[in-house]
Design a binder for this molecule. Structure first.
Ligand code: CAA
Length: 302
């Protein structure tokens, strides 16, 4: 059943209101694609300034798509009207059918957020985490049994507006009917779902993180330059970006948090020396060289 598609399922009969927590790059991207596909979305973040910056990113991305695809003048605004926002954590999810958290990659923050929301969310509401490195079972650890059974990962990729994949990660005992509904929802927002058991990094990051680490070690050993590694992987392996361009786009801090979490406690990966952040990486993070978002990472940005 897990591999089957279910064209008969119309996700809009079950999911109409979605609450998304976190107005960063990923959260705002998820808000955008859900609203673009006709869903009512509420965006929550701690401060109004964070929300404003997320909405600004959504407006910019929608305007780019509108120009490219020749949409009518009111297209961007018509999508933005489906998005509401609040800094009131509980109010955001009170009528939601699906909650997606995309807050900072910190286990206790995610656990506390979801258990707080659990007190007011509808019993039928589905909880999803956009975690890139943690286990769904750990993120859901403070939830009651019923809610835990309705909790999965919906893992999106950066830039969300462009990347077609969503990984759906499930735990032992996740209801196949819930997975079928979420696959239909992912298709409905114009993405392609893949399923994965609840393992560290799911599919993409389990392969991508060691690749990025190897690229960094190559440069740290002095075997090749950053520019030559990027050129080699684009022209020799057909990747759209080299590993350093990609790490700058996803954020060096994101990669750093993943490595620390895996080195610390991930099943089968803990204490694996590959995942211990190098002194060079520690130095970049503490100097604020986080990639595009801070204006400097492996490359310098305007
Ligand atoms: N909103 C809307 N449209 C966008 C956009 C955005 N935010 N960003 C790019 N686009 C559009 C552009 O308008 C352009 O459209 P046309 O081709 O129709 O003109 C198209 O996407 C390509 O963009 P660009 O021409 O600017 O640049 P590009 O061809 O180099 O593509 C890219 C950019 C899509 C990012 C491409 O380089 C790429 O696929 N890179 C790899 C991205 C990747 O691997 N992401 C996964 C990271 S891992 C992750 O996210 C998981 C995690 O947990 C850390």
């Amino acid at each position: 059943l897990r591999g089957e598609s279910h064209p008969e399922i119309n996700p809009k009969t079950t999911i109409s209101h979605i609450a998304i927590y976190g107005a960063g790059i990923m959260g705002s991207g998820i808000v955008q694609v859900a609203a673009q596909s006709g869903y009512q979305v509420t965006l929550w973040d701690v401060t109004q300034a964070n929300i404003d910056s997320g909405i600004h990113a959504i407006r910019t991305s929608l305007s780019k798509i509108a120009r490219k695809t020749g949409q009518p003048a009111d297209w961007v605004q018509s999508i933005l009207t489906r998005i509401s926002s609040t800094t009131d954590q509980l109010a955001a999810c009170a009528s939601a059918d699906l909650v997606i958290e995309a807050v900072v990659e910190n286990l206790s923050i995610k656990q506390d957020l979801l258990s707080h929301l659990d007190t007011v969310a509808k019993p039928t509401c589905i909880f999803a985490t956009n975690t890139s490195s943690l286990l769904v079972a750990d993120v859901a650890a403070k939830l009651n049994d019923e809610r835990r059974q309705r909790t999965v990962a919906l893992h999106f990729f950066n830039p969300v507006a462009v990347m077609k994949l969503v990984e759906i990660a499930y735990m032992d005992g996740t209801d196949p009917a819930l997975l079928a509904l979420l696959k239909a929802w992912v298709l409905d927002i114009g993405k392609v779902p893949v399923l994965c058991r609840d393992t560290p990094g799911f599919i993409v990051n389990r392969l991508l993180v060691p690749y990025n680490i190897e690229a960094r070690q190559l440069v740290e050993r002095g075997d090749a330059t950053i520019e030559d590694v990027d050129t080699a992987m684009k022209l020799g392996a057909g990747y759209p970006m080299g590993p350093f361009e990609l790490m700058d786009m996803t954020g060096l801090d994101t990669g750093y948090h993943i490595m620390k979490a895996w080195y610390g406690a991930a099943p089968g990966l803990a204490k694996d020396p590959r995942f211990k952040p190098s002194p060079e990486m520690e130095q970049m993070i503490s100097s604020g060289y986080l990639g595009r978002k801070s204006g400097r990472g492996y490359y310098v940005y305007d």
